[in-house]
Write a protein that binds this ligand. Structure first.
Ligand SMILES: NCc1[nH]cc(CCC(=O)O)c1CC(=O)O
Length: 336
């Protein structure tokens, strides 16, 4: 009798350096916890990778980075997909789900100043300078806190954005990126300033810095395996953040910033969430800071809903509606 070949799990990923690095983190953790199985990687360029000319906010399909890999998973060609959680829509195909996730990298945004320029933080950047970002969240928060700066689109993966910034004829003085990408790619020397509520008033994107590990909904084997390699604090924080985003129905293009941290309060551990919704011109803003008892997936999601309601009570609903109306108008004119 020949022994049966060990079971093989195929991990789907995008092909960017960051995506492959993150996939490797999951692969190594699985290998260590479950050495009896084999693992292989299937990497694929997605629509989001291939189209770098259209501004992100103008894409109509929300599932730019995830859809094609999900189709492979539903078809059985891959068993799990490793995403940047930030790029994963809040609503998934009905047969897919996110599993528990691994420890989060630094979740903050960072300022990266063009090579050779002397500025050490956002407040030192001179009026009229161009900040590169394609994110409506970063644009809106910059307009609110740093109205003297201009914003211009910059697309491409992290390496491409850095070259666009440093090019001699570049229009940019600086760009804003996620710390996580730079840290994971060993580019921390490019970080000029970490941005957060204290240093600059800038909050990060829901899920930023965390991995999204997607599996088939009925795959109890992989679900239990991920339980073994997961980090509960991260899993609960990002469940709360994604529940907030889903409740506001802003989708991935909402000008919504968050900042979550675990704090000791009156002898118990609580999840503190700051959150902001800003109009694109920076003139309107809803902002809250709440602490909640979070000790299960359910209470994490309920906490996200609580924060969303508080934001709406502070005016977030009107800001998001105005953005939606504007989009609808643009779509009508574009299609006639
Ligand atoms: N939207 C692109 C994207 N998706 C994930 C990251 C970085 C890593 C992360 O946030 O997990 C980035 C680049 C960036 O925003 O700088």
């Amino acid at each position: 009798m020949v022994a049966a070949a060990p079971k093989t799990f195929t991990i789907g990923t995008r092909q960017s350096k960051l995506a492959l690095f993150q996939t490797d983190l999951v692969l190594e953790a699985l290998k260590k916890a479950f050495p009896q199985y084999e693992y292989k990687i299937l990497s694929k360029e997605t629509a989001g990778d291939l189209n770098t000319t259209i501004a992100l906010k103008d894409f109509t399909s929300k599932n730019l980075w995830t859809e094609e890999l999900e189709e492979l998973m539903i078809g059985g060609t891959v068993d799990l997909i490793v995403h940047s959680l930030k790029d994963v829509p809040t609503l998934l195909p009905s047969t897919c789900k996110l599993g528990p996730t691994m420890p989060r990298e630094d979740s903050r945004d960072v300022l990266v100043v063009k090579q050779g320029l002397p500025y050490k933080n956002l407040s030192e950047i001179p009026a009229g300078s161009v900040v590169g970002t394609s994110s409506i969240r970063r644009t809106a928060q910059l307009a609110r806190k740093y109205p003297h700066l201009k914003v211009q689109d910059v697309r491409g993966n992290i390496g491409t954005r850095l070259s666009k910034l440093d090019a001699e004829d570049s229009p940019y003085t600086c760009i804003i990126l996620a710390a996580a990408g730079l840290l994971r790619l060993d580019l921390s020397d490019r970080i000029t300033q970490y941005l957060d509520s204290k240093s600059s008033g800038m909050l990060y994107a829901v899920g930023q810095g965390a991995l999204g590990i997607e599996i088939r909904k009925d795959d109890t084997v992989l679900g239990e395996m991920l339980d073994k390699i997961c980090h509960q604090d991260t899993t609960y924080s990002v469940l709360a953040e994604r529940s907030l985003l889903r409740t506001l129905e802003g989708g991935c293009s909402a000008p919504l910033g968050v900042e979550t941290e675990w704090v000791e309060s009156a002898g118990s551990k609580k999840l503190r969430m700051r959150s902001v919704v800003v109009s694109v011109d920076g003139k309107e803003c809803a902002e809250v800071e709440i602490e909640g008892d979070v000790d299960s997936a359910e209470s994490a999601e309920a906490f996200g809903v609580t924060v969303a309601k508080a934001l709406v009570a502070d005016g977030a609903g009107a800001i998001l509606e105005a953005i939606q109306e504007n989009k609808n108008k643009q779509n009508v004119s574009a299609s006639t």
